[in-house]
Every structure is written in C-alpha cells, then in structure tokens.
Design a binder for this molecule. Sequence first.
Ligand code: ADP
Length: 374
Amino acid sequence: MTRVLVLNCGSSSLKYRLFEGDAAVVASGIVERIGEDEPGAPRDHAEALSTAMAGLPLEGLTAVGHRVVHGGLTFTAPAVVDDAVLAAIAELVPLAPLHNPANLAGIEVARALLPGVPQVAVFDTAFHRTLSPAASTYAIDAATAERYGIHRYGFHGTSHAIVSRRTAALLGRPLAEVNTVTLHLGNGASACAVEGGRSVATSMGLSPLEGLVMGTRSGDLDPAIIFHLHRVAGLPLGEIDDLLNRRSGLAGLAGVNDMRTLLARRASGDGAAALAFEVYCRRIRSYVGAYYAQLGRLDAITFTAGVGENAPAVRAAALAGLDRLGIVVDPVRNDAPDRGARVISPPDAPVAVCVVPTDEEWEIARQTLGVVAP
Ligand code: ADP
C-alpha cells in the first residue's frame, strides 16, 4: 500500500495531508504562526514539521510530495528532489520571492527528518508549460523579456489539471475530446482554457497578480496606473506592490476579502459590496468570452475552489446573458445544496456548466506517485 505525505509550506504556515492507497486521507492538519514571536508558536519550519509528524503514522512512507509555487520554464513536470533540483528552485526565488523560499524550507526540513524517503516537488506552473509561444509571450521588448524571464508562467496548475480531468469524467467523455474553461475562484483566482487536457491559456502570468479580481489582488489593470501612483501620488514601488497584492480586489473595493461577508453586505444594500460583486463577475465573464474565442469550441465551463464551489450568486451573475453562446445556468440546479461534482446547466445545453470540487493535495499525491511508483 502506498503512503504519501503532501506538504504545502507557506511563509508562516504548513499544511499537511497523509494519503494511503488510492485516495484515503489518513491525517491532515495545519501548523500556523511559524516564526512568529508568540508563546507556543513554532520557531521555524523544522519545528513545525516535527510537531506535525509526531502524530502521523509514517512507517513505510512511499514519498513526500511538496507543493512548489514557481517552477519557471525549468520544470514541466514533477521532479524527484536532488541537489540540482533544489538549486534550480532557489534560482527561481526572484520570480516568487514570497513562496519559493518557504517551499524550499519545507523540502529541506522534510529531507532532514525523513532521510531515504523520496521527496518530490510538484509545481503550480508546470501544467501551463503547454502554452504556445503566442500564448505565453508578453508584447514587450523581446531581448529585455528574455534577459529577465518576463513570461506568462501561470499558476494554480494542479487545480486546473485535476478539475479539467474530473470535468471530462463527470461528462462521461474522454479528456482528449473535451475543451473546458476552468475557473478557480478562491482567495487567489485564475481562469484556464484547457484543450483536451492541455492548458492553452491562463489568466495569471509572470506572477499571481494578473487576471481575475481576487480577494486582495487587483488582477488586470493598466500598467500605467503604477507609473501614475509613483509619479503623481509619490508612492514608493514597495507600497504600490503592497497596494495591488494585499489591499486591492474585493478588499480594496468593499473592505472585505471574504466572499461570504461580501455577499451578506450586498444583500443588506451595501453599495460598495454590490459594485465589487459586479466588477468581480464581469471580469470572469470577459475571460470566459476570451477563452471561448481562443478554444473555438467550448464543451464545458467549470467552477471550483471556495467561491466557485459555494457561491451560486457568483456563478449565475458571471455567466448571465451568454445564452447566445450556448451558456446557460439552470437556477434550480445552481442553487441546489449539492457538494459533489455536478452539472448546473440544463440537460440539453450546448456548453455544460459544472461545479467540480478541487483537491490540490490529492493531485500532488497522485503526481508524486506518478514519478516514484509509476
Ligand atoms: P484559498 O485560495 O485560500 O485556498 P479557498 O479556495 O478556500 O481559498 O476560497 C476562499 C474563498 O471562498 C473566500 O472568499 C470565502 O469567502 C469563499 N467561500 C467559502 N465558502 C463560501 C460560501 N459558502 N459562500 C460564498 N463564498 C464562500
């Protein structure tokens, strides 16, 4: 029986899940406040992982699968960790200054605590390495882009991969024949056009800032806004970075990043919440239209993650008015309190609108097994 420990290390938190055999979750949890100067807070990732591991049945562990946010252009698939892989992940730190160092810390600690157990890095970017040059190239000076790695990398790859696969399964069709737009709407949010299982367009780019409106990130904007804030408002670049990443999106527009609170405020007549909701849904609709055009033929649109799985109002508003494109949401199906993978369009609709729960941890475990025990 295989047993895979999946680790997702952030700068101050460590999430873990232990899988056995096909999909059974044996244990899972989260250790938070790593490195915070508070009583009881773990000193560092090593202490956090030791604490987490103390209660886990780790005998006969097959492998550890690590979520690594940025794999650049180097990693097109999961990689068994060795010194060269670690060095390559470290080289990508300038592209993901918040994420990759924490991911690296997790790998180093797990390596030290579990000697002899294969460690596998699974990259958020890898699924998008099938993007064509036309889809992944920014229209800026080519030499500058080449020199500084300015490129559309894309993120949330494990989620878009599992959700597009499960959409095909839900529709009872071979993955290779299904074209899907997947909408991962969590705190971070991204859209992906998946053609027969391959990512052909995605809304996050060099970093997770681009694309859809998110909890605290702006998503797409005119880059001149940055120059304007710097020149006219006198904001230093670090502050603009913070503004766009942590004080924009739903939080910037309505003062809350949590969709549940936003929906409650909108229902009670809060104008700022209503506008934020409209801006959020309009951006999703724009991407659906754009990706429909890129795919040429669209079989399914799939909502996933916290908002996508749980907010019927967002699903209905985002796809409203698209009947002429064959996109219709059935109000009864959409509002049903179902949890599992399901279709929410009418039975005869040309485009199946679906809700499919994501499971990034399981996808990391699956990909990890794929390289160590194929
Ligand atoms: P993360 O990106 O941190 O993994 P999640 O996928 O858990 O995020 O999504 C978090 C978002 O999902 C939050 O904005 C939260 O408000 C939203 N959400 C969770 N449950 C509901 C719900 N029942 N209705 C509306 N939004 C929800």
